[in-house]
Design a protein around this ligand. Structure first.
Ligand code: ZN
Ligand code: ZN
Length: 341
């Protein structure tokens, strides 16, 4: 099969390798499209320990089950599926509680030593493929996985009887867009998105943000407070992961607010804990998603409540390296690029 291998820092190479054979619990999926994730780009730039040269990247994928390792899964052959790339152990206490995102022993395709889906085929456990209707295009389907991150993120907010939380989203990239779409679909009171790039700001307005705050504004704290009657947002979702965003969130959050932390651009951030302890701010980290979140993301795409197709491009897998470079140097208003083998 053809694979696009991450062969050296900032280099992807198209190679021929033997077709993979599914193990007994697995199915082999013929890939139709795989999205380029920000995390793939981090790996490609040599900025991520868990994505080293030699690996085949890609975990946002859609395809057709072509063969199965066990005849018990024969009924799946020929089915078009979304691949949940998070393979949990299925039997630890967290998995049994439905919290696969904190499974003691999970792995993700396209991470560490597990090859991903920028290839003709990928083998995954049969329980990780979910049939999707023909009405969902391949381009739409590659956004299911990023969207699942947004579903999980907002699912971390405590629910208060009778109120819809008001939420401010930091970052208008792919994860910011995914989180915004989930908030809009759920009828939350979206205050706005903080994003400096005008092209991305325009996308956020189209997805349903009532306004966009420019993070470079010197009066941004006052602007956010003014938009919330001086109280500050009760939920802030950080889809950036840099110190400036985390510190902004801690400064403007309402008393008793929840700050959701999803972005991971920077590891270390200085926070004034006296300020946030006194205000009873809850810091809630979120990473990946559960199987239930993944299914919810599929529902949002199938019903059209989340639609990112106007900002998704597709390109041949063989052109993958140029597409990575394009996302690094000039993404414009593109939220996703789907690579087609
Ligand atoms: Zn991803
Ligand atoms: Zn587990």
């Amino acid at each position: 099969m053809k694979v696009l291998r991450y062969s050296a820092v900032r280099t992807l190479t198209l190679e021929e390798t033997p077709d993979p054979t599914p193990q007994s619990h697995e199915v082999r999926v013929r890939i139709l499209a795989t999205g380029i994730c920000g995390s793939d780009i981090h790996g490609y730039l040599g900025l991520q320990a868990r994505r080293q040269p030699g690996l085949i990247l890609g975990h946002e994928t859609v395809g057709i089950v072509e063969s199965v390792g066990d005849s018990a899964n024969e009924h799946l052959v020929g089915t078009r599926v979304s691949v949940n790339p998070l393979v949990s152990c299925g039997h630890c206490p967290m998995c049994l509680a439905g919290r696969q995102s904190v499974c003691a022993d999970w792995f993700l395709i396209g991470l560490d030593l597990v090859n991903g889906a920028m290839a003709d085929f990928v083998c995954v456990p049969a329980r990780n493929v979910i049939p999707i209707p023909d009405s969902v295009s391949d381009k739409a389907a590659v956004m299911i996985e990023p969207l699942a991150n947004g579903v999980h993120l907002l699912g971390m907010v405590p629910t208060y009887a009778g109120t819809f939380p008001d939420v401010l989203i930091l970052g208008g990239g792919t994860l910011g867009a995914a989180t915004l779409a989930v908030a809009v679909a759920r009828g939350w009171n979206v205050i706005g998105v903080v994003e400096p790039n005008p092209m991305r700001a325009a996308v956020m307005l189209k997805i349903g943000a009532p306004r966009v705050f420019d993070s470079r504004s010197e009066t941004i704290d006052a602007e956010i407070l003014e938009a919330t009657n001086g109280l500050g947002p009760s939920v802030i979702a950080d889809c950036v992961g840099r110190s400036a965003a985390r510190q902004l969130a801690c400064r403007v959050a309402a008393k008793g607010a929840t700050i959701l932390l999803l972005g991971m651009d920077e590891g270390v951030t200085e926070i004034d804990f006296i300020h946030i302890v006194r205000r009873e701010i809850r810091l809630q980290c979120s990473y990946t998603y559960t199987a239930a979140d993944y299914n919810t993301a599929i529902d949002l795409i199938v019903t059209g409540k989340a639609n990112f197709e106007p900002w998704t491009d597709s390109a041949p897998l063989s052109d993958g390296m140029a597409q990575f470079e394009r996302l690094i140097t000039n993404p414009q208003d593109r939220l996703k690029i789907a690579l087609i083998p």
